[in-house]
Design a protein around this ligand. Structure first.
Ligand SMILES: *C/C=C(C)/C=C/C=C(C)/C=C/C1=C(C)CCCC1(C)C
Length: 251
């Protein structure tokens, strides 16, 4: 007779990386439910934006489900799963910028430029992490290459096309919203390179002795801040604009 052996997975509370994988999964899941349900409360033109917010956190939730298990089973960084997640979700964040500025005349070319910059950033980062020989030079070369893509997106959001289109929209809610998202790209996205530098040979790994498992600690915190935070900003722009147009209609 075969015996069925059930292994019960426990949350190691003394392991912050495992803990953030677990809570990250729940938070992404809950955020998705929230964004999907709240779609019914915003006017039609905002529904796609909220759908995208929900998709970003839903895609992340599925990846966290697997990354959490991968880490629990091996104690290693789930690098491939991490970058598959980002390859889907970062372009969707670019879509959010595009949708916000579309009413002010954003062309599809803007979306492509942002997506190409994001792809560059992620491919270089993946080469840096997945094909590391443990040397500092490998980590630095690919980290710097990746940063070029990051800076392009940062520039576009703060000074470039996204910023100019937001201003041209003449809608203060959109101007403020795009400004807040730009802050997320500046501060929230900057947490990722900190995690990256904990990789074997990375500056924080070599310089301060920060362990390689901390890569995921930083990535998990950054993902929660950026994916859920980004979505909430878009949500608040949508709700505010919906109320404003309702007020304008009754006035
Ligand atoms: C939802 C996931 C998001 C918003 C991921 C963003 C990832 C980055 C901004 C990663 C940036 C990196 C650098 C700027 C240099 C080192 C390598 C990366 C890929 C960690």
């Amino acid at each position: 007779m075969k015996t069925l052996l059930l292994e019960v997975m426990t949350i190691p509370v003394d392991d912050p990386v495992a803990f953030t994988f677990f809570t990250g999964y729940m938070a992404m899941f809950a955020a998705s439910v929230f964004f999907f349900f709240e779609r019914s409360r915003v006017s039609d033109k905002w529904k796609t934006s909220l759908l995208v917010s929900g998709l970003i956190t839903a895609i992340a939730a599925v990846h966290y489900y697997y990354m959490r298990d991968y880490y629990a089973a091996t104690g290693e960084n789930p690098t491939a799963l991490r970058y598959i997640d980002w390859t889907l979700t970062v372009p969707l964040m670019c879509v959010e910028f595009y949708l916000l500025t579309k009413a002010a005349g954003a062309k599809i070319g803007l979306l492509w430029k942002l997506i190409i910059a994001a792809a560059w950033m992620l491919i270089a980062g993946y080469i840096g992490e997945a094909f590391t020989d443990g040397s500092t030079s490998h980590s630095v070369i690919w980290g710097v290459a990746s940063t070029i893509g990051y800076v392009y997106i940062l520039y576009t959001a703060w000074f470039g096309e996204v910023k100019k289109l937001a201003d041209a929209s003449g809608n203060p809610t959109v101007v403020r919203g795009v400004r807040t998202l730009a802050w997320f790209v500046l501060v929230g996205w900057a947490i990722y390179p900190i995690g990256y530098m904990c990789m074997p040979g990375g500056w924080l790994n070599v310089g301060l002795g920060w362990e390689a498992t901390n890569v995921d600690l930083f990535y998990n915190i950054a993902d929660a801040v950026n994916k859920i935070g980004f979505g909430l900003v878009v949500y608040s722009i949508a709700i505010t604009s919906t109320k404003e147009s309702a007020n304008a209609a009754t006035a």
